[in-house]
Design a protein around this ligand. Structure first.
Ligand code: SF4
Length: 375
């Protein structure tokens, strides 16, 4: 297949669904790790086509959703400082901090700018030598190489007024933390294809072996996801737990070697807190000693931050696959994409936002049916 829309072909999708039904003999629960996969599954109703008892658990792979509140509050504190140009991708502007978001800082006069690449922020720093320019570097292994390259370029070009507020997280340690949870129901993973396109697949055999779970590297289009599910169910039904690559058009075992070399140069592994989950050891990156002078947290001394999550929000349970978004009492009421209480409602990759966009009427209709039944 050559074009993207061919990966949504309904006839081929139907055949894959038939094959999944044919091989399934019992209930299985599998987690799609990435928020992009969650969005695709809910948007296309893929979970509703699966055999009864085959459940998709939505994982923590939305970078906006897992960025800890403490880092958001630090971003807000830095963005309010005079002389700062605070740059971010657009989806971080509405993420609620303890009391406000970057949009409110911008509307109150703060110089908050949406950029499409961290290199745009570096250009701003070059053009504004009397201002401090900060880029909000969040995300998984996918966004980290561009951020690493920008810090590398800042050093190489001698641009001292650029810094990075870093909150990078790593997927394999999060998968291990999910499996270590006593409440874990995950029996297999669809691994995030774009992460593997950067990092390769070498970290996964240790996980399949330790936790006895199949891991199938999967893409994001409907056929990619159905193929990932088909291969996963075949492994589960045959009692195997192996690594398989169902996204070979983008992923190689060794990954993107130049990107990995850049990451190793600029970052080093550190403990990271994941919003809604807590601290996972060795699950993130921070700037290495060589690039420590570009660390915005150190440059702006934003250490005295006290965070305060919404008492209503159950996004931690959503992120760990313990509840579905509509099981949160605030879903679609106190919490909507226009007025999110938690990060999983902000990003289009967040499970709560995906359910709100594509499923909220299902649940309204369900409750109305119940109302009629009870009369
Ligand atoms: S619906 Fe809103 S309040 Fe509930 S878990 Fe999701 S983000 Fe949090």
């Amino acid at each position: 297949m050559k074009y993207l829309d061919e990966f949504s072909d309904p006839v081929l999708a139907g055949k894959l669904v038939e094959q999944i039904h044919a091989v399934t003999t019992q209930p299985w629960s599998m987690m799609e790790v990435c928020g992009g996969q969650t969005h695709s599954i809910i948007r296309h109703g893929i979970d509703q086509l699966l055999p009864e008892g085959v459940e998709m658990i939505h994982g923590p792979g939305c970078p906006v959703c897992v960025t800890p509140l403490e880092i958001i509050d630090k971003a807000l504190a830095i963005a309010q400082q005079p002389g700062v140009i605070f740059c971010s991708f657009g989806d971080m502007l509405r993420v609620p901090g303890s009391s406000e978001d970057l949009f409110s800082i911008k509307s109150a006069g703060g110089d908050v700018r949406v950029v499409y690449s961290p290199l745009d922020a570096l250009k701003l720093a070059r053009e504004n030598p009397d201002r401090q320019v900060v880029f909000f570097g969040i995300g998984f292994e996918t966004t980290a190489p561009a951020n690493a390259m920008t810090v590398y370029q800042a050093k190489k070009q001698g641009i001292p007024n650029f810094s990075l507020l870093v909150s990078h997280v790593l997927v394999p340690p999060a998968m291990a933390a999910i499996m270590d949870s006593p409440k874990c129901r995950v029996q297999a993973f669809l691994a995030a294809g774009h992460v593997c396109s950067v990092m390769g697949t070498s970290e996964y055999p240790a996980l399949t072996e330790k936790y006895k779970v199949p891991i199938v590297v999967t893409g994001f289009e409907p056929l990619d996801i159905l193929e990932g599910i088909r291969r996963t169910v075949i492994q589960l039904e045959s009692g195997r737990h192996e690594l398989e690559n169902a996204y070979s058009r983008a992923v190689t075992a060794e990954g993107n070697l130049p990107a990995m070399a850049m990451l190793r140069d600029v970052f080093e592994v550190t403990d990271r807190t994941w919003r809604g989950i807590g601290m996972i050891p060795q699950s993130g990156w921070k700037l290495s000693e060589r690039y420590a002078e570009y660390d915005a947290e150190a440059r702006f001394s934003v250490t005295d931050i006290h965070t305060d999550e919404s008492a209503l929000c159950r996004s931690g349970e959503v992120l760990q696959g313990l509840i579905k978004p509509h099981e949160c009492a605030a879903f679609g009421k106190e919490c909507t994409p226009r007025k999110p209480l938690g990060a999983t409602m902000v990003s289009s990759e967040g499970a709560c936002a995906a359910y709100y966009t594509y499923r909220r009427l299902d649940h309204l209709e369900l409750s109305e049916t119940r109302l009629v039944d009870s009369r």
